[in-house]
Design a protein around this ligand. Structure first.
Ligand SMILES: NC(=O)c1ccc[n+]([C@@H]2O[C@H](COP(=O)([O-])OP(=O)(O)OC[C@H]3O[C@@H](n4cnc5c(N)ncnc54)[C@H](OP(=O)(O)O)[C@@H]3O)[C@@H](O)[C@H]2O)c1
Length: 432
């Protein structure tokens, strides 16, 4: 074993960074044995230096992350600050100064992954980011390496624990969205400002990363269709149950049937109770991968939290250190397929539509005609007169597979009918 240690600069020592430092210390001997050289924490960059940080030598702490990265003797920079800047500049500076990078930064990778990969390649360094998607769950390496000989057609997953906790609460207790969100906040599953989670920005970033790797194609955050879950109601869950389904916020990356394009999207969807993703409870994450040769694979586990995320960071750190000792680099960006990313209108799926309609003869036929005119074929339709009603009924239509563009056209036309008083909800049905 080499006795000269590999030097690690830790940028950020918060929820994830503090656990990275702890595991580096407590598992130092095992890490050294697995890598073939000791790893030394050479510096820790933070924003608030006076904060007490258990187990961290105060002499290592600095507020000057740039100077730490530019020291010239750093082998690996672990970036767990988050956000776009200064993380992006620090990572590119690390490459320029001869260090490889391990990052957990989904927002940055989804936005600027291609440029960061190019910078890593230019300087002959590694860029690893297993922790950026679904915390502890190994996903990036399985897609990038284990499935490198297969053809992935679909990645379907629950990649945000906060929203899964909220939806699971709504499902199991009948709670409304706000009540479930309040509980998630009280238990520490949701941040004070939950926008990134509930409006699905976080899941969209992960979908972009997964789609890019799965389809060997550049997929940017802007390419991902995004719909949050704040509009999901207790009534939607009741409708889902009637169909033998539950509701999950899903990230769905798909290769088109003809193989010529891909799509990436994040939105709430009904999913059959028999689907493995339906039984993912609480704040857990799970990702279902479908490929030509392997068939269906399911990855499941804690998608966030300090220690689980640090586990993924440490796995990357070991891999990068091993590469460094052998004078090699791991796989870089693979975007050779360069498939076009199609818009949401091209996505084909099934829909559950709930309409408030006038409770009188002929309405059903009128509604059915609109669906037919837009090429959307109806699977089932259910009409319910309402006890409290002022001449209104609820009409629930479940369609066969149709394009999102056709469905949008249908809904637009339905809204113009005098007999349709309102479109109560539209929910996609996935996983069948
Ligand atoms: N938390 C999770 O469960 C989780 C899961 C998966 C991925 N991630 C990703 O991991 C990354 C870190 O998340 P986190 O939850 O650990 O965040 P966090 O608890 O907010 O920690 C951020 C750390 O960065 C430091 N920092 C902020 N700005 C800085 C600057 N300009 N220069 C130097 N240090 C700076 C902070 O310093 P102070 O300590 O002085 O404030 C803090 O130590 C993010 O990219 C996040 O998306 C997190």
């Amino acid at each position: 074993m080499r006795t000269r240690p590999l030097k690690v600069a830790l940028l950020g020592c918060g929820v994830v960074g503090s656990e990275v430092a702890r595991i580096m210390t407590t598992h130092a001997d095992d890490l050294a044995a697995r890598i073939g050289a000791p790893v030394e924490l050479a510096g820790v960059a933070v924003r608030r230096p006076s904060r007490v940080r258990d187990g961290i030598d105060p002499a290592l702490v600095t507020t000057d992350a740039t100077a730490l990265v530019k020291r010239g003797d750093i082998d690996v920079v672990v970036e767990v600050i988050g956000g776009i800047e200064p993380a992006r500049t620090l990572i590119t500076t690390a490459f320029e100064y001869g260090a490889s990078v391990v990052s957990a930064n989904k927002a940055l990778l989804a936005q600027d992954g291609a440029a960061l990969h190019a910078a890593a390649e230019e300087h002959g360094e590694d860029l690893y980011y297993e922790a950026s998607v679904a915390g502890a769950i190994p996903l990036i390496r399985p897609l990038r390496e284990s499935l490198a000989g297969d053809k992935v057609n679909r990645v379907l997953g629950i990649v945000n624990g906060t929203t899964n906790f909220i939806l699971d609460k709504m499902d199991s207790t009948g709670a409304g969205y706000q009540e479930a969100l309040d509980e998630a906040t009280a238990l520490g599953y949701a941040e004070a400002d939950p926008t990134a989670d509930v409006e699905a920005f976080d899941a969209a970033a992960k979908a972009a990363i997964l789609a890019g790797i799965a389809f060997h194609t550049r997929v940017r955050l802007d390419d991902v269709y995004r719909e949050g879950m704040t509009e999901v109601t207790a009534a939607d869950f009741a409708s889902a149950r009637e169909m033998g389904c539950t509701i999950k916020l899903l990230a769905i990356c798909e290769r088109a049937a003809d193989g010529g394009s891909v799509t990436a999207r994040v939105h709430p969807a009904m999913i059959p109770l028999s689907h493995p993703l339906a039984s993912v409870r609480g704040a857990y994450n799970a990702v279902f991968v479908e490929s030509d040769a392997a068939g269906q694979l399911m990855f499941y586990g804690p998608g966030a939290g300090g220690a689980p995320t640090a586990s993924a960071v440490l796995g990357d750190l070991v891999a990068v250190c091993r590469n460094r000792l052998s004078g090699a680099t791991g796989p870089g960006e693979s975007a050779y397929a360069a498939l076009p990313v199609s818009p949401m209108g091209d996505v084909v799926t099934r829909y559950h539509i709930s309409l408030d309609v006038a409770d009188k003869p002929g309405v059903l036929a009128q509604v059915a005609t609109v669906f037919a005119e837009h090429g959307v074929s109806i699977d089932t339709v259910r009409q319910q007169g309402r006890q409290d009603s002022d001449g209104e009924a609820s009409l629930v239509v479940v369609t066969h597979r149709a394009s999102d563009a056709s469905l949008s056209g249908t809904v637009e036309a339905l809204r113009k009918l005098d007999t349709v008083r309102g479109v109560a909800s539209i929910m996609r049905v996935e996983g069948e």
